[in-house]
Design a protein around this ligand. Sequence first.
Ligand code: EPU
Length: 423
Amino acid sequence: MGAAERDAKLVIRGGTPLRGSIPAAGSKNGALYLVAAALLSAEPVTLRNVPEVADIREMGRLLEALGATVAIDGPTVHVEAATLTETFAPADLVASTRASFLVMGPLLARLGEAGCAPPGGDAIGVRPLDVHLAGFRALGASVSREGANWVARSSRLQGARLFLDYPSVLGTVNVIFAAALASGTTTIVNAAAEPEVAMAADMLNAMGARISGHGTGIVTVEGVPRLHGCAFEVIPDRIEAGTYLLAGAATRGSVEVTGARADHLDGLLSKLTEAGVRVDVTERSVRVTASEPLAPIQVQAVPYPGFATDLHAPMAAALTQATGVSIIHERVYDNRLLYVGELRAMGARLTTGGQSVIIEGPARLTGTPVRALDIRAGAAVVIGGLCAEGETTIRDIGHIDRGYSRLVERLSALGADIERLVP
Ligand code: EPU
């Protein structure tokens, strides 16, 4: 990224209800898991419907550093990991996304050795790796710290029954990756059930793995000697779709996301219905229409299928427009409230206690300079800006670019007055 791009800003002139229809993009987080999964096979893997976001390009660079070839052709990504020449993921290539730690499971399973510098990602709380590491150990690997780096080694991983202390999303995926090529059967108890985890297992099965129970809290993996290549399509991004639906509800508009899967959005859609928003679901789309002011609600952000922590901040921004007192309790992360100060600067009335936030609405938001402090805090200030009177300028939009492809184009298609200024 050049200096000019780093200083790019979003400028939003708010106050217009969003109306219209946009297509869902492929899941950003899910696509990252699939790119990493391609390391498990020596044969070519083709991924379709991959969102064009910075994190995917970063993951591609990491795989190339390990010896794979990666070709990104718009929403299609080709990965071939015929020979891997490196087992260590260096600091400069793992700094921006936490998902880079997902190269550990495949490298360990295929080469018997895997190393990774401490992975980066959003500053949304302490983000330990104990679930991943305990999983590798349960499969017989030795795991150690060499300086700041993590290293795991095993001449032959052995399937086991293991319990995850927390249903970590990336932790579950990493253990599934390692177990896919282990000898014997692995049962993961208290596994993450997120649709993106289930999709990663579906792709491995398409490559010849024998995984069952994925998408539930107990996943069974019968190890196989090798996996073959495949072509696989990424599921729609429920968090991105949810963000646009919340923007529609917050601005008292009517927004349809085609291709979005309502069955991945139960937590959000049930809460929007409770807030008085009309939700229309068809097999190929989800639409929300807010003709009345939103009613206040209480929300708990918990693991799937509960309300998604990644929609906490966008939901908080929408609830600044509800008439009355709403509460959001964050139960996944211990630092998800970076958006609070930014929304307050716009005139929102928010009070925090621990990881809970009390939102008094309706607030008359006013356009002001704010920052995108992480991906979803960025989405929250975008929604704030769309509701605000006057001009909102958002800096540090690199965070938003990590998770939302073509944001300006998509919001403009819904009638928003938004532009990206690159100095
Ligand atoms: N945790 C542990 N030990 C571990 C790993 C996690 O205690 O070894 C705890 C964390 O401290 C946290 C909780 O588990 O409190 C949730 O972390 P999890 O591991 O489930 O999150 P993640 O796998 O690191 C992914 C997404 C996040 C999303 C979470 C939860 C990617 C790249 N990241 O992170 O997405 O919030 O699952 O759904 O897939 C985002 O897209 O904005 C984002 C941050």
